[in-house]
Ligand binder design. Structure first.
Ligand code: GTP
Ligand code: MG
Length: 200
């Protein structure tokens, strides 16, 4: 299977609750996970562009649904993260409405669900996973910040995180620092793009 070669990547638009999504494409892949897990960083790493998606050490950086267009044929969608301590009830509710309406729109052909390789999935991770199953969107689990563990233990830790989530016990270890998992994920993107074209 060939990797998806990203020749061009650009920011398209940000969408808030009640906002207008951009014109649909055959392939749209969205990235979900708790705040600070590394969603925006993963987009930048895949696209080899540190400035494409805004990242931050402070959780809660991404508040809107951000659309990125790859090779003018596929959307990668950066979703706001859940579970950061400072978010109030109102904010959590508006997050839920934004993500819920996105998932129920049927736009996402595939989700990358990110987990921190060092931690057991949180209650919110499990709730998110329930949503993913409920909406029936195909998914790939990615275990981020793999560089925080030694090389020998990464694969097992990634699979353990998936298992604890109640998913099939496999996740791709990923790191923006060591590029672990980058090639594997690009191959995955290629497969998803091919499948989307077949399905229409
Ligand atoms: P929200 O937008 O708040 O939902 O967060 P996010 O999931 O988009 O996280 P973001 O990409 O902004 O990254 C959060 C922090 O984790 C930043 O300080 C990143 O530099 C760091 N980070 C992301 N990926 C990695 C990684 O693979 N390794 C290490 N060591 N740090 C990482
Ligand atoms: Mg972000």
């Amino acid at each position: 299977m060939k990797p998806f070669v990203i020749k061009q990547a650009e920011f398209v638009t940000s969408v808030g609750q009640g906002g207008q999504y951009p014109a649909s494409l055959a392939c749209e892949i969205a990235i979900v996970g708790r705040s600070n897990v590394g969603k925006s960083s993963l987009i930048n790493s895949l696209c080899n562009n540190r400035k494409l998606a805004r990242t931050s050490q402070t959780p809660g950086k991404t508040r809107l649904i951000n659309y990125f267009l790859l090779n003018r044929e596929m959307y990668l969608v950066d979703l706001p993260g859940y579970g950061f301590a400072k978010a109030g009830k109102t904010e959590q509710r508006s997050w839920g409405e934004l993500i819920g309406s996105y998932l129920s729109s049927g736009r996402a052909k595939h989700l990358l669900l990110l987990l921190d390789i060092r931690h057991a999935p949180s209650a919110e991770d499990r709730q998110m996973f329930e949503w993913v199953l409920y909406y029936g969107v195909p998914f790939t689990l990615v275990a981020t910040k793999a560089d925080k563990l030694n090389r020998a233990s990464r694969a097992a830790a990634a699979c353990k995180a998936a298992k604890l989530l109640g998913a099939p016990p496999f996740a791709i270890p990923f790191s923006t620092e060591t590029k672990d998992g980058r090639a594997e994920l690009l191959t995955r993107l290629g497969q998803i793009a091919d499948d989307s074209i077949v399905q229409g």
